[in-house]
Design a protein around this ligand. Sequence first.
Ligand code: HEM
Length: 140
Amino acid sequence: MKEIFLFLHVVLATFWVGGMLFLSFVVAPYLRRHPEIMGEAFQEVGKRFSLYGTFISLFLLFITGLVNAYLLHGGFRRSIYEKLFIFLIVVGVSLAHDLWAGKKAIDSEYHRRLAKWLGIINLILSLILVYMGVRIRLGY
Ligand code: HEM
């Protein structure tokens, strides 16, 4: 049971963080060289990653994270509360990115830049969440 929930948590984390890295380093640079399709492609790719990333993966990361906390560590302690706090910021930034800045980006340069920076902030915070997960694993 323990290994199933940790396995699921790690796979979801790789989809979420890997997805953002792929978008930033592979998809975005390509689309910037093709302005004729950039706007629509960002909307379509963004909508799909919002569904599988923000709404499904983050929700399941929360559930598997809670279960990990109880099955592997007998409940919450400071390092897990700190991770949950950062996680809630990631959820807030994701919703602002997906439901507001990202949507308005198609016809607003200001919102396009905002969406870009919200994405970068979320990538950095999510890498911090991975590091916090490793520290929890090591007993901090
Ligand atoms: C974007 C969100 C998250 C990401 C990317 C993430 C990533 C990770 C990763 C990669 C690990 C494995 C570390 C290892 O085994 O060395 C981990 C472990 C862990 N995570 Fe998360 N996590 C996220 C959200 C959460 C949340 C919301 C909670 C709980 C409230 C949580 C609780 C835990 C716990 C308790 C462990 C330790 C499991 C162990 O002892 O091996 N995580 N996390």
